[in-house]
Design a binder for this molecule. Structure first.
Ligand code: NDP
Length: 392
């Protein structure tokens, strides 16, 4: 029997999640979408091939989330609003006894430091309540965690080094724009870099380390070392990993804009008094930049994202790259979204299906690498994200 899903967030990723849930008629019998701006939810609902409910919610307020869950009685909440709402939505789900899944870990609004500790602290309460919470089930984090678990299960007896490579080789034709929420994206990119080596974190200046990497279907691209949230959970759950790093490509033009915006103070996250009101420069900048979902229509090119693992198999050193390539224009034709939203939204829906089908239904709070990667990776492939393994 189909299940009821409540999607919170109606941005780029929310759009993909809603369309993919709507396509999965057998898995989801009822769909409800809630977000801060009702008109946006209504526009999204109107674009779907089948009926869905539209609601307004301020998901910063646990009481509002709980009231919504009480009213709609979903079997699972897929949270694709912003990381700031993670804890309030986890609280609301706990109160009304509903499973939970998100794609990004909690970050306090006034400190650009995303960490899992706040959400891991819910483990005991979710366990006791018999509820499942899946953290970070987008592409990275999400599929990258499942690739790592798959490599450990099938390809290597031990993982020595892990490098996650994320390339968006697409072009949206705008002078400067971010591919997902600008505030979250710019906070992430301008933060200090961090990687794991021999049991400790090594901190680097923002985007100060780069190397060329040969991306499937894209070719060699300069990639910059930065911290990304899945590193934290992966080194915790695979303590054998000696070094773990994350790399992302940026165009020279993007980096130049970033440098100038940073120099003039537009990336600050603390309030600045302006004509009698407090303004957070980064939030103001977000209001000026293109809405990420508006980039989709004219986006061309591909994303190529994967995990390079090196380790031992039967005493011999082996190296594999597990990856997916996704085409922006093809995503737009299918669901009206670009590939960055698509590669996030498809795994979120596949993860929710894993919970609802009982394959990932385990009381507690889980990162994706702690769960069986096989059915999940098979599902994302059948839902539009085929993936491949290359021996390198
Ligand atoms: P958008 O900015 O496009 O959409 C965010 C949505 O959340 C909007 O609909 C917004 O409402 C809503 N929202 C914001 N605040 C609240 C609130 N207080 N209550 C209710 N709704 C709220 O972001 P994206 O769709 O691009 O990204 C969504 C999430 O996915 C983010 O957390 C992002 O970090 C994550 N992500 C994860 C990736 C991964 O691979 N794991 C990759 C890319 C993104 P409104 O319309 O009013 O603004």
């Amino acid at each position: 029997m189909g299940k009821r899903v409540l999607i919170i967030g109606a941005g780029g990723v929310g759009r993909v999640v809603a369309h993919k849930c709507a396509q999965a008629t057998e898995a989801f019998s009822e769909i409800a979408i809630a977000s801060r701006t009702l008109e946006r939810v209504e526009r999204l609902v109107a674009s779907l091939p089948r009926r869905a409910l539209a609601r307004r919610v301020d998901a910063d307020q646990p009481d509002q989330v709980a009231a919504l869950v009480r009213e709609l009685k979903p079997d699972i909440v897929i949270h694709v609003a912003l990381p700031y709402q993670d804890l309030a939505i986890m609280d609301g789900c706990l109160q009304e006894r509903c499973d939970y899944l998100d794609t990004a870990n909690y970050e306090p609004p006034d400190v650009p430091r995303f960490e899992y500790r706040w959400q891991w602290a819910y483990d005991e309460r979710y366990r006791t309540a018999g509820l499942t919470a899946i953290l970070g089930c987008g592409f990275d984090p999400g599929v990258t965690n499942a690739f790592t678990a798959y490599a450990r299960k099938h390809l290597l007896d031990r993982i020595r080094t892990l490098d996650i490579y994320d390339c968006n080789a697409g072009s949206h034709g705008k002078a400067f724009a971010t591919n997902f929420n600008p505030e979250i994206n710019l906070r992430e990119v301008t933060a200090k870099g961090r990687y794991w080596e021999h049991g400790r974190w090594v901190e680097t200046e923002p985007l100060s380390i780069s190397e060329d990497f040969d991306y499937p279907e894209v070719g060699p691209r300069k990639s910059y070392l930065m911290f990304h949230e899945e590193l934290e959970s992966l080194v915790k759950h695979f303590p054998e990993i000696e070094r773990a790093r994350f790399w992302m490509t940026f165009s020279d033009s993007y980096l130049e804009h970033l440098r100038v915006l940073g120099n003039v103070g537009m990336l600050r996250v603390d309030p600045v008094r302006f004509q009698g009101v407090d303004i957070v420069p980064l939030q103001f900048l977000k209001a000026l930049l293109p809405d990420p979902s508006s980039l989709a229509e004219n986006y061309t090119g591909k994303t190529s994202i994967g995990v390079l693992v090196e380790g031992e198999k039967n005493g011999r050193t082996k190296r594999y790259f597990l990856y997916n390539v996704c085409d922006h224009a093809a995503c737009y034709r299918e669901v009206g979204a670009q590939a960055v939203s698509y590669t996030t939204g498809v795994p979120a829906v596949a993860g929710a299906m894993m919970v609802l089908e009982g394959l990932w239904k385990r009381p507690g709070v889980w990162n994706v690498e702690q769960l069986d990667p096989d059915p999940f990776l098979a599902r994302i492939a059948s839902m539009g994200l085929p993936w491949h393994v290359q021996e390198r």
